[in-house]
Ligand binder design. Sequence first.
Ligand SMILES: [Zn+2]
Length: 177
Amino acid sequence: MSDSPRPRRPAAQLAREEPVATGSARDPARPAPLREKRPFLLDFFPLETEKDTRLARFYENLRAGRLTTTRCRQDGSILWPPRTACPRCHAEELEWVDLPDHGRLYAFSAVLAGAPLGMEEEVPFSVGLVDLDGVALRLFGRIEGKPWNALHVGEAVRVEPYDVGDGRVFYRFRAQP
Ligand SMILES: [Zn+2]
């Protein structure tokens, strides 16, 4: 511990950092400390509206059941994830193209414990990498449809839209049971 004096800070700030009192011997002249806030809940899903992202079209298409991405009109590169500019030639003339809605499981893993905040009740669940059929793209995502210990590398999976539950949509993969 350092002997140097701590800089003075506003009382409100000190109170906020104080741990929650559990005993009854608190000085009644002092204001009750604020309860500590719960940790910030990480949001794993992007904001999807036109107001938030220039890639809103991806989510609109997904909502309509189509997995799409952007292709560069200059050099023909199919880009994943969808972009607003081509990382190869920097062109901004991109077009939306449909991707196959099926592929093969390249690799997977299971989350058995220590799930991210907000996903604790979904344990156990699987995540994996999927090679889409007919296009050189390997996508990461949740793998549904089967318990993790029944999955195998190379098996066929389909892409499906997933309702996040707050108006947003994302994609997942589903193995055939
Ligand atoms: Zn390009």
